[in-house]
Design a protein around this ligand. Sequence first.
Ligand SMILES: C[S@@+](CC[C@H](N)C(=O)[O-])C[C@H]1O[C@@H](n2cnc3c(N)ncnc32)[C@H](O)[C@@H]1O
Length: 239
Amino acid sequence: MRLRGRKGIREDLERQPELIVLDPKSHRGNWREFFGNDHPIHVELGMGKGKFISEISARNPDINYIGVDMYDELLRKASVKAEQIREAHGGENTDNLALALFNIEDVADVFAERELERIYLNFSDPWPKKKHARRRLTDPRFLAKYKVLLNEWGEIHFKTDSLLLFESSLNAFADMGLRMRGVSLDLHKDGIREDLVLTEYESKFVEKGMNIYRSEVVIGEKALDRHLKALNDRLGPLT
Ligand SMILES: C[S@@+](CC[C@H](N)C(=O)[O-])C[C@H]1O[C@@H](n2cnc3c(N)ncnc32)[C@H](O)[C@@H]1O
């Protein structure tokens, strides 16, 4: 897929090398050097205009965040959003966010094995037609890549308004032998979940009264141990 560009946008993006990453493949295995610390790295694949990644990065200064999209116009909009949200948070926590331009098909060329702690998939395109199912970001061919990139605490956090995508994703997780946690068929049924950061699409859908489906997927060895122990404590011995 070709990366779209419009005159002037590239120049805007090139002026912000501390935030915008136009050559993400060159950082593979070295993202810690980009951030200048060894804090965990959380990535949103398909960030759109960047509301979620900007807000969550401002709230959590000890985690490094990377928002990914394949359209440079969206990166430009996300950079403006990041600036606004940083100002709203008092201008602090400015160095734990990067916005990267690439096609998620190439995710394994951008991140090395076990380089990531969490992947957010927020309102990914549902690709409802069967002939396009392979393009869904929860298709097993993508999940196989994510598994390699996630570390011992690795998890995927997935939200969608599409029941079709949700069902096909749960089946893909199960087919891959992955553990799901906190599955919800109506995330905000008791009011907006203040502990979670809402995305741009989510805010619109919630306003319209639509259901939001959510699941976390527990992948890393330590995350899995902790999850199974919590389940055991709550439910008794698991078979
Ligand atoms: C429906 S929007 C959701 C945006 C945001 N996560 C939210 O919840 O508001 C999906 C986004 O994923 C991006 N996207 C879809 N497929 C992609 C791909 N293969 N590589 C990079 N970005 C992609 C689109 O450009 C779009 O911005």
